[in-house]
Design a protein around this ligand. Structure first.
Ligand code: MN3
Length: 198
């Protein structure tokens, strides 16, 4: 996917150099490796979300490359869409109501999401997803794993791999997590929520 903003647009919260290397090197490498793995197969033109939802039905030799590289392409696409230079402080409408119902308040939701990020051991992701009962769920996953592979529809994610924050925040992952809230793209997440429950 094309990055929906310029490298420097998330400054000072996420610095330009980090976004540049993250998008043009890390993310691009996953795209290249996925394309290499699928080249010449019947799966090359399939929708990525569809491949990941049905990853268990793939031929054995494609499962690992699709889980690792396809998972990371999907996860990064959602990560870039989860942020915006035009962030508003909180969600509105039905999503806001559902968050309040489930977690009591937006602040509780925020602190639970942040805590999942701070406690993820090693590389991984934090997710807000819609499950099969159309309920909101918060969870963390390791490496390239993604709720899309487990019958859920992710609507928001935060990358907690070190490459997402190390240049600016070094070992201080909690500072990166705190900064992330200043760039969350709530309008986009609201619209993904409405699609997921429609
Ligand atoms: Mn990453």
């Amino acid at each position: 996917m094309k990055l929906p903003y310029q490298y420097s647009d998330l400054e000072p919260f996420i610095d330009a150099k980090t976004v540049e290397i993250h998008y043009s090197k890390h993310h691009q490498t996953y795209v290249n490796k996925l394309n290499e793995a699928l080249a010449g197969t019947d799966y090359a033109q399939r929708d990525l979300a569809d491949l990941l939802k049905n990853v268990e039905s793939l031929p054995e030799n494609l499962k690992t490359p699709v889980i690792n590289n396809g998972g990371q392409v999907y996860n990064h696409n959602l990560y870039w869409e989860s942020m915006s230079p035009n962030s508003k402080a909180q969600p509105e409408g039905i999503l806001a109501e559902k968050i309040n119902q489930k977690w009591g308040s937006f602040d509780n939701f925020k602190s639970e999401f942040s805590n999942l990020g701070a406690t993820q051991f090693g590389s991984g992701w934090v997710w807000l997803s819609v499950d099969q009962n159309k309920e909101l769920v918060l969870e963390k996953t390791s490496n390239a794993d993604s709720p899309i592979m487990h019958a859920k529809t992710p609507i928001m994610t935060m990358d907690v791999w070190e490459h997402a924050y190390y240049l600016k925040y070094q070992n201080l992952r909690p500072d990166y997590i705190k900064a992330f809230w200043s760039v969350v793209n709530w309008s986009e997440i609201e619209s993904k929520f409405l699609q997921a429950v429609a």
